[in-house]
Design a protein around this ligand. Structure first.
Ligand code: PA5
Length: 445
């Protein structure tokens, strides 16, 4: 059964049924273009078939390497940025105990991330922690030349070689990169690291179902079979060329709202475990659609926390946005609110109720208030936060993104704009070959 419920009732007063139907028709056409592999960026559509391509043999190989890498290891540093980071981080945060760093006994290593920024403090403090723990490293870069992870890897490699010796370091490092190109591939070959390949036809932000996402997820002890099964089932549902397809529904309504001047989509969650799913989604949609001076700006909020910071704006600020609420129907734990004899906070009417009931009423109350305040709301629900449903959710967002990007009239699978900052950074750091540009830039600072 399709594990995603998409409810558009709270957009009905903003987009009438006839208009929405027309957009659904356009979404189906975009889906046909995507699946026929004749649209722009069609050399980057390998992600569509990743769940089917991730066979039992592939998954067993990943589990074996994950098992070997974890033996006697307390910490695994995962180095990567953007699409080489956010998929694994999203799944791990969604599935992990909220306080896993404080749990006394862990069956699996704790995963820490590096190279997703170049903060000196962050990396110095990471090295400080690594001194007292047995560690391994997964270094991920498709191009193998991205500056941030390359800097982090220099630091980790040096630390490992000093601490474990060159041979010891080699056994603790797995590289995930292009099959043939890039500095990381060359280095991995020279040093004899175990490696996995990121397929040529899969872009970073669509790579969560390759070893980029799957190896860290397996190292953390999560069920990659179920994750892939969820994605495979969703691949089936989102291939349907009709309005029962949730990706068609979502792509249609967000484009319908966009042309009405709703330029910002705010992804809302009521479970802090979903914070990084939102970060992953922001990259997926921002990098895929933000081109040719077009595209919805993807923003995110964690409710109810952010109702106390962003709630005022969402209720009464400029009406250039809409919300997509991502709900999880069932939480894992049961916790009821206690009775209090004094009742100073006047909350005894809540005694005996579960927290999830309060959270649900906060969600429904906010939805009604925001719709009354002029904010259209799309509602997406998954039954529970587990590997299967998360796999389905991520695949759903990927498919809808491809469809939506084609509806917008952009190539959703390239990212030419990401290069501009890199060139300036290299010029300002005096990279050989960038001297003239560096001089020109310095005059402007
Ligand atoms: O989605 C993308 O293509 C980017 O976010 C890349 O994943 C990111 O820039 C990292 O690139 P690489 O994996 O080549 O180091």
């Amino acid at each position: 059964m399709n594990s995603i419920k998409i409810d558009l009732r709270s957009t009905a007063s903003f987009v009438d049924a006839e208009t929405l139907d027309a957009w659904r028709g356009k979404a189906v056409q975009a889906l046909i273009k995507l699946e026929s592999r004749k649209g722009e960026g069609n050399d980057f559509l390998g992600w569509i078939d990743l769940p089917a391509a991730c066979t039992e043999t592939v998954r067993d190989d990943l589990k074996n390497v994950a098992g070997k890498l974890s033996q006697g290891i307390e910490l695994v540093v995962v180095i990567g940025i953007g699409g080489s980071y956010l998929g694994a981080k999203a799944v791990l945060d969604a599935l992990s105990h909220s306080f896993n760093t404080l749990l006394p006994q862990r069956k699996h290593p704790l995963l820490l991330f590096a190279g997703q920024n170049i903060s000196e403090d962050y990396h110095a403090e990471l090295l400080e922690v690594l001194k007292n723990h047995s560690a391994a490293c997964i270094v991920i870069s498709k191009s193998g030349t991205t500056t941030e992870p390359a800097i982090a890897f220099r630091l980790i490699k040096q630390h490992f070689e000093e601490k474990y010796g060159k041979a010891g370091a080699k056994n603790r490092i797995v590289a995930i990169t292009d099959a043939a190109r890039g500095a990381l591939r060359v280095l991995a070959g020279q040093e004899g690291y175990s490696t996995f390949v990121i397929p040529d036809d899969v872009g970073g932000r669509f790579s969560v179902f390759t070893p980029v996402g799957l190896l860290p997820i397996a190292v953390a002890g999560f069920d990659i079979d179920a994750l892939i099964k969820g994605a495979a089932d969703m691949a089936h549902y989102t291939a349907k060329k009709d309005c029962t397809n949730p990706a068609v529904q979502y792509a249609a309504v967000r484009n319908a709202l966009y042309v009405q001047g709703r330029k910002i989509e705010v992804l809302v969650n009521y479970n802090p475990k979903l914070h990084y799913v939102t970060e992953w989604w922001k990259q997926l949609y921002g990098e895929s659609e933000g081109k040719a001076h077009k595209g919805l700006f993807p923003a995110g909020v964690d409710f109810t926390s952010d109702l106390h910071s962003m709630g005022q704006y969402l209720q009464e600020g400029e009406r250039h946005l809409f919300e997509t609420v991502l709900s999880v129907a069932q939480e894992k734990h049961t916790l009821t609110i206690p009775h209090d004899e004094q009742n100073l906070d006047q909350l005894n009417f809540l005694a005996g109720k579960r927290l999830c009931e309060c959270n649900k009423m906060a969600e429904l109350g906010t939805l009604l208030a925001h719709v009354d305040g002029g904010v259209p709301n799309i509602h997406i629900e998954i039954p529970t936060l587990d590997e299967y449903h998360l796999g389905g959710l991520l695949y759903f967002f990927e498919k809808a993104c491809g469809v939506s990007g084609y509806m917008l009239g952009v190539n959703p699978f390239d990212q030419p704009g990401v290069e501009a900052y890199k060139k300036n950074m290299f010029a300002l750091l005096n990279k050989p070959g960038f001297e003239e540009q560096g001089e020109a830039l310095r005059k402007r600072i």
